[in-house]
Write a protein that binds this ligand. Sequence first.
Ligand code: UTP
Length: 300
Amino acid sequence: MGPVGYGAVRTAIVPAAGLGTRFLPTTKTVPKELLPVVDTPAIEYVAAEAAQAGAQRLVLVVSPGKESVAAHFDPNPDLEAGLRGHGKEALLAKVRRAPELIGVEVAVQDKPLGLGHAVGCAEPLLDDSDDAVAVLLPDDFVLPTGVLITMAVIRQRYGGSVLCAFDVPREQISAYGVFTVDDTDEPDVKRVRGMVEKPAPEAAPSTFAAAGRYLLDRAVFDALHRIAPGSGGELQLTDAIALLIDEGHPVHVVVHRGERHDLGNPGGLLRASVDFALKDPEIGPELRSWLLNRLEQENP
Ligand code: UTP
């Protein structure tokens, strides 16, 4: 399924060490990456996306206390034997899916010092063959999956680093990080000149908003060592990318024409759950008729 040969990315980094404050009180004890979309934790969808793009290992960056995010990828022989013994083959397949998807390694971020710092925590686990890494934010669903494969093709063509953007309506742009871009010969590939965080609509340099998928040249780790803490006292990944751009490193964006769910807040998680559940042949039809009835009561 994934790309093979030159350009394929071997290592995907998934930062999952954030505090998840928008999901309190649940995140007192349950990491937000384990909250389900229908019946499957968000982290498993993102691991499946990395595997689909050809990654062979996933470096999960977790904080002390969030080890259960990585434990989701461990086999559970007792549970599997029980399900097998009762002939529950469909459930058995679900339980085995995560451990079989991709090899998982864990890096620990002791303190939530920012997304850039979290990505940097994965560096000691890289080896000489990792000339680029994919970074996937687990609270951002980019659909349909597969944009990392397109991004790998663009990196093969232009070198450097490749990011992912959505073309959002200008009136909504101030919720996002926004790219300053130049056109290339391909309509949905832009050369990045810079980035602004949450601009006012009239001041936005484009309508291309950053999404949580990155294909980063290894040079980003060196840049992460050289940047100072930015907004909120955190080491920002975008500051490291901005430094690379200033130094002439090629950075492009692929404009993804698809859907997105922001799982970082309860409303977004609910929307993703309803979207996925409506497409599920078992629960979709009943949910749909319940929802239609429920909305009818709202607006008779
Ligand atoms: P967010 O800011 O969306 O996640 O970071 P958060 O901090 O967990 O959520 P809130 O704002 O408190 O509700 C985006 C991604 O970066 C990771 C988060 O786990 C999330 O996947 N992250 C962020 C880290 O791994 N470490 C950090 O220091 C900051």
